[in-house]
Design a protein around this ligand. Structure first.
Ligand code: ZN
Length: 247
């Protein structure tokens, strides 16, 4: 099966559509790792777009916050604004779609979790220590996570004790695709709608479960169009600006 792996769309329809166009005819199903809404100007449109396709979707911390399931005290000022704005903007259909999403799911050799297998909506796997602890929290060979908006692979090496290697993404297909295994991996595809690795292009990945290959991808999109909609809605300047820098 060929799978389009995406995460953290964050109500950015322009980035989402650029990914769909770029990956056209290369996948059979979408696995979306959560945070469909929050930050961006197009929450309803992103839900409608995802629903057009054969897909599995997880719920992220922003989706939970918009539904009122998560205390937003620890969110920063801009994130709080985005949650409040999104609560007002979403339709009853969007709300009921978001309500039915799990935060963790197992698909064959893959455990999918928005943030981490240990705390599916609220832990950032940014370093080898956190990754190392999380290898105890899933039974499958591989775990796919989003949430940090940074594409990365953590590889488990067992040699009497556990050591975790950090592998930055390599972009490309064919010969450049990464063969999965034999080591267990925690893999983050990066973010579609708000990348934070200093590369503003939308990030996604293609997974082929027959050949067991993983291919990281980046695609440029019309960032200014999204920024114009955000400005029209009076969204905080910092949220508008960060899209151009990928931070
Ligand atoms: Zn996110």
């Amino acid at each position: 099966m060929r799978i389009l792996i995406i995460s953290d769309i964050h109500a950015n329809l322009t980035a989402f559509q650029a990914v769909l166009e770029h990956a056209k005819n290369q996948w059979d199903v979408i696995w979306f790792l959560g945070d469909l809404v929050g930050y961006g100007p197009d929450p309803n449109e992103c839900v409608q777009e995802l629903q057009k396709h054969n897909h599995i979707a997880l719920s992220g911390n922003h989706d939970q916050a918009v539904l009122g399931n998560l205390d937003i005290k620890s969110f920063n000022r801009e994130a709080k604004f985005a949650i409040t704005w999104t609560k007002e903007a979403i339709s009853p259909e969007t709300e009921s779609y978001l309500k039915n999403l799990p935060s963790k799911q197992v698909e064959g050799d893959f455990t999918l979790a928005h943030a981490s297998p240990r705390y599916p909506v609220w832990e950032y796997i940014l370093d080898p220590l956190t990754a190392s602890e999380n290898f105890n929290w899933f039974q499958t060979e591989f775990c796919l996570v989003g949430h940090t908006h940074v594409p990365v692979i953590f590889e488990e090496r067992l040699n009497g004790f556990r050591k975790v290697n950090v592998r930055p993404p390599q972009y490309g297909q064919g010969r450049d695709a990464l063969y999965l295994g034999p080591e267990r991996l925690i893999i983050n595809p990066g973010s579609v709608g708000q990348p934070r690795d200093s590369d503003p292009r939308a990030a996604y990945a293609l997974l082929d479960t027959e050949s067991m290959t993983w291919s990281y991808q980046r695609v440029p999109y019309a960032i200014h169009e999204v920024q114009e909609r955000m400005e029209k809605f009076g969204m905080p300047k910092r949220l508008v600006n960060r899209l151009a820098y990928g931070i």
